[in-house]
Design a protein around this ligand. Sequence first.
Ligand code: F0G
Length: 469
Amino acid sequence: MSQTPSPDRPTTRRHSWAEPYKIKMVEPLQVTSRAERESALAGAGWNTFLLRSRDVYIDLLTDSGTNAMSQEQWAALMLGDEAYAGSESFYRLERTIQEVYGYPFVVPTHQGRGAEHIISQVLISPGDVVPGNMYFTTTRLHQELAGAAFVDVIVDEAHDPASEHPFKGDVDLDKLQRVIDEHGAERIPYVSIAVTVNMAGGQPMSLANIVAVRELCDRNGVPLYCDITRIAENAWFIREREPGCAQLSVAEIVRRICDLTDGAWMSAKKDALVNIGGFLAVRDEGVFDEARNLCVVYEGLHTYGGLAGRDMEAIAQGIRESIAQAHLDARIGQVHYLGQQLVREGVPVVRPLGGHAVFLDAAGILAHLPQDQFPAQRLAGELYLEAGVRTMERGIVSAGRDPRTGEHRRPRLELVRITIPRRVYTQAHMDVTADAVLAVWDRRASVGGLDMTFEPKYLRFFQARFAPR
Ligand code: F0G
């Protein structure tokens, strides 16, 4: 086991990241013609979120809810207790969360943003400031809707796609202390960290940094809450890269991270290997009481939170599978297999390669386009036209507008995310995807910009429409 920083390939297996499973059921894929894709993309206003999945060949839009469940998860569905109140499935999920993550109090929610909504409403008062390691779209929006301003305190390297920093998810402790000094600890309801950091490229936080953030929070009397949506992947990177951590299991690292925080929310649609679900988990009984009270308003009774009993069974099983070393070796190994093909050909991608996706540096690839012409949105469209591969913009469109000024937020990262669902696609699908990127890379000089023709008020990237200039 190597401890050198930033290997782009897993070193836990010397030869292969081969999947620790075989395929029992298959779902047919449809290959479309270029003309069909042109018509579908125009109909979708050049927004890959507005394509119908039947028009997509390889769907790398997201790793959210797109995972393949195991036979154990499918079997667990049959055990779902669909009682309105006091479902056994809830208690099984609660016990799993207590055992794996260590939080005593659990509120199930329909997905991650349901938990983000509740924790934001419980902890935030209007005028508060929430520091965090880079924004995530739904997380920040719920913090803003509760009356807070989000302040980014991630290390500078996170905003530089070429930086090889092994833990680009780390918090810059000086930035965090400055935010607390400037606004006063009483205006900071909590520090909001995420493991891994999605918008930075699926980049991990180091255990040492989380320890230091905890100490800083304690010195200032500020709670620490964590988005643990991709915590198993973050733990894999810590084990791989952080000095002194190679002897720990992923499960132990996961538990250490959670032990350092006052509570967490999770979109179970990622790490936990299901198609729907999420939860909030906290240590403070007062916070729990308020959270489960809001749960009955917005989600459902506090023992189902918008989920069927069978969903909670699948999540409980998925959480246990998510921390298996062989699963994570294959999962991240596949992401890196794709990424290395692009790196070898000189395509600018976010370095080091992250956990759930390969992020193309659209600002580097379409360097002739100003950010106002939405280079990443265009590049995602071009990949779809090229081979029916669906990816997602993570740049100026995703960043949205500043609620105070109404101006575009201009993130330094203008990225296209090629996101890999867990246990779904094969090595050959990764090859097709790499070929599509390389074909667009070859003709990049002739790719033009886009105009935005429709802009929704909230989370505009989901529904905005565009036309070629
Ligand atoms: N936190 C993180 C880090 C996420 O990546 C997501 C969702 C959420 C919270 C919200 O969870 O979707 O279950 O409501 N990310 C998806 C993605 C949408 O494609 O990255 P949700």
